[in-house]
Design a protein around this ligand. Structure first.
Ligand SMILES: [Zn+2]
Length: 280
């Protein structure tokens, strides 16, 4: 069975981009955190299906729950970065991104992770055509694999490639690993994450993964711990965000378990293209 990648953006339910008026960073410590128990549930599901994954960690979570990060690493999963304070890359200057990556890495190291860290995903797919300067910063900071460029309109671009590819930067190339998409009425839409993954029935996701694998490509799926929370705290969000956060959460954990049971998943670093990239 071909190997696909499963990734988890390790963040809490209140790490929502662009709503500082409702969920300001300064209030995060006072909110009812659920990331420990929802991430533990994901670890259980991955363990039961024998799947490996890459966990991309928000620095705040590593600072607040270092034992959780150690549990993820000791289960054999790959650790990567997802931004120190979960801010969108296009809101940052190059210097702010650089220092945020360093703080993010320091927090993960301080939690006890000793393995090599090469992978990054920008919050809300925000390293895209709006931030042509950003991939170079990642490479200069020692990152080699990026999973931030969604090949769909709005958060990314339908013109981005759908299979893994190197992206040239002035500091050297970065290897891009895009998430799984499908076509709906002539448009590329998410299938491997967010509302698209929650909407789809497991058999349809598995069929798309098989089709990808038949073409020699891996499928990359990604979830957030808060998506499998049976009763997530509700915050009134602007319409597109509310849809991407709350659409069809009911029953998602069971559907996800069926997907995990039906295909072979590992961390990004174990995809053959990524392994050979890291070896050279
Ligand atoms: Zn995120």
């Amino acid at each position: 069975m071909a190997l696909n990648a499963f990734t988890v953006d390790v963040e809490d339910w209140f790490h929502v981009c662009g709503v500082d008026d409702r969920l300001p960073t300064g209030r995060w410590n006072d909110l009812d955190s659920r990331v420990e128990r929802t991430t533990a549930a994901l670890l259980d599901d991955l363990g039961e299906s024998g799947s490996g994954a890459t966990f991309l960690i928000v620095g705040w979570v590593a600072e607040r729950f270092p034992a959780l990060i150690r549990d993820i690493a000791s289960a054999g999963h790959e650790i990567g970065l997802h931004g120190h304070r979960h801010r969108r890359v296009f809101e940052l200057s190059p210097d702010q991104l650089r220092h945020g990556l360093r703080d993010n890495l320091d927090a993960v190291r301080a939690a006890g992770v000793t393995s090599e860290i090469v992978a990054f995903r920008a919050p809300e797919w925000s390293m895209n055509q709006r931030t042509p300067w950003a991939p170079e910063v990642l490479v200069a900071e020692g990152l080699r694999v990026d999973a931030s460029r969604a090949p769909v309109a709005r958060v990314g671009s339908a013109a981005f490639p759908r299979r893994p590819y190197p992206l040239a930067t002035a500091a050297g190339p970065l290897f891009e690993v895009p998430p799984l998409v499908t076509e709906l009425a002539g448009h590329a839409v998410p299938l491997g994450w967010g509302w698209g993954l929650r909407k789809a029935e497991p058999r349809d996701v598995l069929r798309a993964i098989e089709a990808s694998n038949r073409h020699g490509d891996p499928a990359v799926l990604t979830v957030h711990p808060w998506e499998i929370d049976p009763e997530p705290p509700y915050v009134r969000l602007p319409a597109p965000l509310a849809f991407s956060h709350y659409y069809r959460l009911a029953g998602f954990r069971a559907r996800l378990r069926a997907v995990l049971a039906g295909a072979s998943f590992g961390p990004l670093r174990d995809l053959p293209d990524v392994t050979s990239w890291l070896a050279c």
